[in-house]
Design a protein around this ligand. Structure first.
Ligand SMILES: Nc1nc2c(c(=O)[nH]1)N[C@H]1C(S)=C(S)[C@@H](COP(=O)(O)O)O[C@H]1N2
Ligand SMILES: [Mo]
Length: 522
């Protein structure tokens, strides 16, 4: 084969082999929940990005969902580009061997050896590089099995790429020895055409599956906010805000899933779902708020969670002296940490019901953590392993530089009525909203209609619990026309007044008062 032709064939076969590998990764992901590089690389790198870079990337891309798509897309493209390059290299080596010993009908031993060594090294390197997230499995396989499954998935993927490259190249190269017309078997262009058809078929099938996966993807609901002109004490499950790092959320098979207690404990334990469900339960209203929830934004919702206090499981496992923190691992490879003190509080729950029904998939089925008073990210969904350690461990987002405090500050919001249109002087404006103070309870809500100079106490319509928001109302009857600046603030159960300091979201969550301008016109 001429050099340019070898380059073309190597490139083509490399691309096709990479497409077949992609197809197989998609199938493994679809059927067995095995995560491949398209998801694992992002999960491995996201925590390493500094908070500022992460935040500006989200801003640059126009949202977290767009950033996720860029991540997955560039790995998918990268795999095909790498496949093409390896294909060209392989073709060069093989053609150099033509006519030498070890060359046999398009296969050349040193080239095969090179591809094998490259494949095995890629496998080892990827296992090492992806080690922290290798225990990801979107069907909920327990961590150790999940790591083995991911490693095997990579092996099969890289292995099949190598084999497809070898056989595909041989299939085309062999025909050069026996040139025949296009339409007869063995002809070069005909064989190249077959390879092209295989590649097209692989891209078509991958395309269909990717399309299906795209429909299942979190893009449709990640970042869902709760807003209501009449805020409900308990937010219906399908309106509860959603935040997830995933491109496609886990769909855990409950009978495969286990909850493990590991690390510095006297009695490591593994629970099946039935074992967890058999333990004594509590039902506890708890409001969650994302650390990224800006003042006035809707990444905050309240639900009644039913589950087992984490302390029940920790006491059964008996923590060893010196334990500082608990690392909570989820099936999606997400981790977050909580101090052993907070973990042992009665209100820290392993929850498996949300508003009287099993946890919905996007809220962490079958089991999630509920930690009152700390930002949403600590409430690990799809929980699978609890690891006790004697050092200050850092979770997924904390590694980026969020925190160090994850304590929810007091937050108050206006919700209704809609004040985008002017109101008539003398009419009744029934203001309504939410107030939340972590695990300290809401004691008092105040409203100002003059930009914060004078304050009047609002009525508490729904007091909530120590761990939940309160719903407040305030009947305002503006008499004179004009522009009014409405402000709301609250005090928590310890007597502390909400801070008016306007602090941004990064790195410990926003503070400051929610302000609205109402126009009163005759
Ligand atoms: N396993 C896992 N748990 C997770 C996350 C995640 O991406 N994976 N996101 C966290 C973040 S940042 C928030 S704000 C809450 C959101 O919980 P919700 O979607 O049930 O409202 O889940 C937290 N728990
Ligand atoms: Mo969050």
């Amino acid at each position: 084969m001429s050099k340019p032709m070898a380059v073309g064939v190597g490139l083509g076969v490399g691309v096709v082999a990479a497409l077949l590998m992609t197809l197989e990764m998609v199938v493994l992901r679809f059927v067995l929940g095995i995560a491949g590089p398209p998801e694992l690389v992002g999960d491995r790198t996201a925590p390493l990005l500094g908070i500022d870079l992460f935040f500006s990337l989200i801003g640059f891309m126009g949202g977290y969902n767009q950033l996720k798509q860029l991540g997955v897309g560039s790995i998918l493209v990268g795999q095909v580009v790498a496949g093409a390059m390896i294909g060209v290299g392989y073709a060069f080596l093989t053609e150099r061997g033509r006519g030498r010993g070890g060359w046999w009908r398009g296969l050349y031993l040193p080239a095969i050896r090179a591809v094998t060594v490259l494949g095995l090294s890629a496998w080892v390197v990827s296992i090492i590089a992806l080690w922290p997230v290798l225990d990801t499995n979107f069907r909920g396989l327990p961590p150790a099995q999940a790591s083995v499954a991911s490693a095997l998935g990579l092996f099969v993927a890289f292995g099949s790429f190598g084999i497809a490259l070898l056989l595909g190249y041989r299939f085309v190269a062999e025909s050069v020895e026996i040139p025949r017309p296009f339409w007869t078997r063995g002809d070069l262009s005909r064989r190249a055409f077959v390879i092209g058809a295989v590649g097209t078929a692989a891209s078509l099938v991958s395309g269909i599956l990717l399309q299906r996966l795209y429909e299942l993807a979190t893009f449709a609901y990640d970042g869902l906010r709760y807003h209501d002109l009449e805020p409900q004490p308990i937010v219906p499950n399908d309106r509860f805000y959603v935040v997830t790092k995933n491109v496609i959320d886990p769909r855990v098979v409950r009978d495969l899933w286990r909850l493990e207690i590991t690390g510095l404990v006297e009695h490591p334990a593994t629970y099946r779902f039935e074992d967890v469900a058999a333990l004594p339960t509590v039902t506890q209203e708890t409001t969650l708020m994302c650390i990224s929830n800006g003042v006035g934004d809707g990444l905050m919702s309240n639900a009644a969670w039913r589950g087992v206090p984490l302390s029940v499981l920790l006491n059964e496992a008996r923590p060893q002296p010196g334990v500082m923190e608990v690392i909570c691992h989820a099936v999606d490879g997400y981790t977050d940490t909580v101090s052993i003190t907070k973990a042992m509080e009665q209100s820290t729950l392993i929850a498996y019901e949300m508003n009287n029904v099993p946890l919905p998939e996007q809220h962490g089925y079958p089991v999630r953590l509920i930690i009152p008073g700390l930002f949403g990210e600590k409430n690990v969904k799809w929980l699978t392993r609890i690891e006790l350690v004697n050092y200050d461990a850092k979770g997924f987002y904390e590694q980026q530089g969020w925190g160090p405090s994850f304590v929810v500050p007091i937050r108050t919001h206006f919700e209704g009525p809609d004040l985008s249109q002017p109101v008539r002087p003398g009419s009744l404006v029934a203001l309504k909203g939410t107030a939340f103070a972590g695990d300290r309870g809401v004691a008092k809500v105040e409203i100002s209609t003059d930009g914060g100079q004078r304050w009047n106490e609002a009525s508490i319509e729904y007091p909530g619990t120590r761990f939940s928001w309160a719903i407040w109302s305030y009947d305002w009857r503006p008499s004179a026309p004009g522009k009014y600046e409405l402000v709301v603030r609250a005090s928590d159960g310890t007597g502390a007044l909400q801070s008016s300091e306007e602090r941004g979201i990064v790195p410990e969550g926003a503070t400051g008062y929610h302000r609205l301008v109402a126009r009163v016109e005759a």
